[in-house]
Design a binder for this molecule. Structure first.
Ligand SMILES: NC(=O)C1=CN([C@@H]2O[C@H](COP(=O)(O)OP(=O)(O)OC[C@H]3O[C@@H](n4cnc5c(N)ncnc54)[C@H](OP(=O)(O)O)[C@@H]3O)[C@@H](O)[C@H]2O)[C@@H](O)CC1
Ligand SMILES: Nc1ncnc2c1ncn2[C@@H]1O[C@H](COP(=O)(O)OP(=O)(O)O)[C@@H](O)[C@H]1O
Ligand SMILES: [Mg+2]
Length: 291
């Protein structure tokens, strides 16, 4: 199998003068649980600074006031929660109905683990008609069952870190790290998804094309930075980029925001909520390169 190595960034046109928020898509992010409202907030910020026209954060009712207070730009959707404060399986109907008006979804950050989340994730993966980013506990929920999944209706972008990827394919972290490109290409090809294997030199592949992201630094090894990436890629999907392009540009902008943040605030001083703040600078560099 010959793999095309992509180095050029995808093209996203500058905004036309008469654009409105509907032009840039609606993103629905289903995220968070008791103790992990931050993951929902960070993913939402990534989507807003990624340029989505409207960002809806759907989360357990218990954490909804916290999420809404973190960012007035969010619209919020209360889901059903279980006794542990996780999103309950019975949230499926709400998510299916609300997904209809959306351009892209992102699921998984800060979900935690429960039996109900396994069937919820499988149903969302198979039934939702919009492109979708799956991260963190949505990936844990599907671990070991990717072969049994039905063909989805739209693109699926999976964003594991090496620990999550090892869990997904029943391997171990050192084997994954020794074979980052081959294992990512093999998985993406087999399951017809875009795989984003995070960590230094994030690999993005759809099984036919591959790129290794050149931006980013160890300052980004701090809780919540991956949640920002999830929302950012969803925003790029919502603006019409195809899944591989959205993942490639998302990883590049995210890493560059990390580099700009580290230059100003140092690597140890970088925290996840800095990344959305430095995304505008990353966007400026992107548009200056595009000419
Ligand atoms: N504010 C909030 O609400 C936040 C909420 N969050 C939410 O927390 C939930 C749990 O997610 P999680 O990633 O923390 O735990 P988990 O899946 O057990 O992974 C750890 C394992 O992976 C490994 N590993 C990771 N990266 C690696 C690398 N580059 N290279 C190599 N290894 C690497 C790591 O390795 P080790 O440390 O053992 O070396 C360890 O084995 C999830 O829902 C998330 O969204 C967080 O986003 C934080 C902010
Ligand atoms: N050494 C590094 N160099 C470049 N990027 C890194 C490095 N360490 C972490 N990152 C990036 O930070 C993010 C961490 O994501 P993740 O592990 O999901 O964190 P969390 O779940 O806490 O949000 C990923 O985008 C990853 O590529
Ligand atoms: Mg993560």
């Amino acid at each position: 199998m010959s793999i095309e190595r992509v180095t050029e960034l995808p093209f996203l046109p500058e905004r036309s003068q008469d654009a409105h928020k509907g032009t840039f898509g609606r993103v629905l992010i289903a995220a968070g649980s008791r103790g992990m409202s931050g993951a929902a907030c960070l993913a939402g910020r990534g989507a807003l600074r990624g340029g989505a026209g409207l960002v809806y954060v759907a989360c357990p009712p218990e954490i909804l006031p916290t999420v809404a207070a973190a960012e007035p730009s969010y619209l919020t959707i209360p889901l059903v929660e279980d006794l542990q404060g996780h999103i309950a399986e019975t949230s499926l109907d709400i998510l299916r109905i609300r997904a209809v008006g959306m351009s892209a979804l992102a699921i998984g950050p800060g979900w935690g683990k429960s039996q109900g989340l396994q069937s919820l994730t499988r149903d969302l993966y198979e039934q939702i008609r919009q492109p979708m980013v799956l991260d963190a506990d949505a990936l844990n929920a599907l671990a070991g069952s990717f072969d049994q999944l039905g063909r989805p209706h739209a693109g699926r972008v999976l964003t594991p870190h090496p620990g999550e990827f090892a869990r997904m394919i029943d391997s171990d972290i050192s084997t994954v790290q020794d074979n980052r490109e081959d294992m990512s290409v093999d998985f993406a090809h087999r399951h017809n998804v875009v795989l984003v294997l995070k960590g230094a030199g994030t690999v993005v592949t759809d099984g036919k094309r591959l790129t290794v992201n050149p931006t980013g630094n160890p300052g980004m090894a701090t809780g919540g930075t991956g949640d920002v990436l999830t929302g950012l890629i969803a925003a790029l999907l919502a603006q019409g980029l195809e899944p591989f392009a959205a993942a490639q540009l998302g990883a590049w902008l995210h890493g560059l925001a990390g580099d700009l943040a580290a230059a100003e605030r140092s690597q140890p001083g970088l925290i996840a909520s800095d990344l959305p703040e430095f995304l505008p600078g990353a966007w400026k560099q992107y548009f200056s390169i595009q000419g």
